[in-house]
Write a protein that binds this ligand. Sequence first.
Ligand SMILES: C[S@@+](CC[C@H](N)C(=O)[O-])C[C@H]1O[C@@H](n2cnc3c(N)ncnc32)[C@H](O)[C@@H]1O
Length: 341
Amino acid sequence: MHGVRVPKRDAEQVRRRLMGDDILLRDYQPIRDGDYVIFPASECPEGFDCVERDFPARRKKPRSLEDALREFLDPEDVQHVTKSFDIIGHVAIIRIPDELWAKRKEIGEAILRVHPNVRTVAAEVGPHQGVFRVQPVEIIAGEPNLVTEYREFGVRLRLEVGKTYFSPRLSYERYRIAKQVRPGEFIAALLAGVGPFPLVIHRFQPNIRVYAVELNPDAYRFLVENIRLNRAEGKIEPILGDVRDVVPARYPHQADRVLMPSPILAEDFLDVALAAAKYSGAIIHTYALGPNDDPFTEKEYELLRFFRDRGWDAKVLNRRVVRSYSPRLDQVSFDVYVKRL
Ligand SMILES: C[S@@+](CC[C@H](N)C(=O)[O-])C[C@H]1O[C@@H](n2cnc3c(N)ncnc32)[C@H](O)[C@@H]1O
């Protein structure tokens, strides 16, 4: 391949000249040779020192993650990887199947190349764990920083991936509930995490009062910070503790609306939801997992029976599939109106 050899101090001027003459080969990188730079060129222009060299090809920026992954994965694997990642602020979290685990670093680098706002890529290394529902992760590319800030409907949420629960996939669910809230409501945000549900509600309906209860000290710390960041002090009261102790001791039967945003834990805390609900009537937003051929029927029956057996009238106002949870299970939500009989 032809190369145009110029002293370093003239390199920029000559590069422009070669570009202007349309003979600079832009798909290849120039090379250094002591105090000289050698530019790849399609021909040797008159009056220049020309040499024959091999030049390294430039790596083109892929247009999409698919393009970047296709460089080293099979088409089915590409599909799988592109469907199984979330971006939370500057952190991408990806589920990598066992058979592709050896390629995790390349996958992480591909995500960094394509998503300019992602600075850290973390891979899931197991399911959500324990009562705190935290997702264990391993950083596979980029900066070693899992404290991130996510924005949704103008709400700022800071959190630490791996130490606090958060899912961007519940964004519409938060919006859906926020739009139902009426001015003056008193809301029990149980299992509050870093505060996404109460903060999105507050964004759309600031004329409310909420108490938000969280057991994980890390999540509680971010809850307090997020309330401050979103200027919701005095509207949302953060409480560190177990809902089972806090609700009956501090706010028994006072809430117009009770949030139970966890399909795994909600079932165990339905009695606490009733302890929070006003006797004169309240709406409980609760969640469950059901088989995807019919995710509602059995769960709805159990839910209504639970409330009725404890002396409450109960009626399902809305139910919907929130998201696919696993190949066989859907996460569903129920908005239930309850009133003491
Ligand atoms: C699935 S996460 C939901 C967090 C948040 N609502 C969200 O949507 O991001 C459930 C949360 O409940 C908290 N939690 C679990 N048991 C609790 C309890 N007994 N009292 C208060 N919070 C609890 C966990 O630490 C976790 O942050």
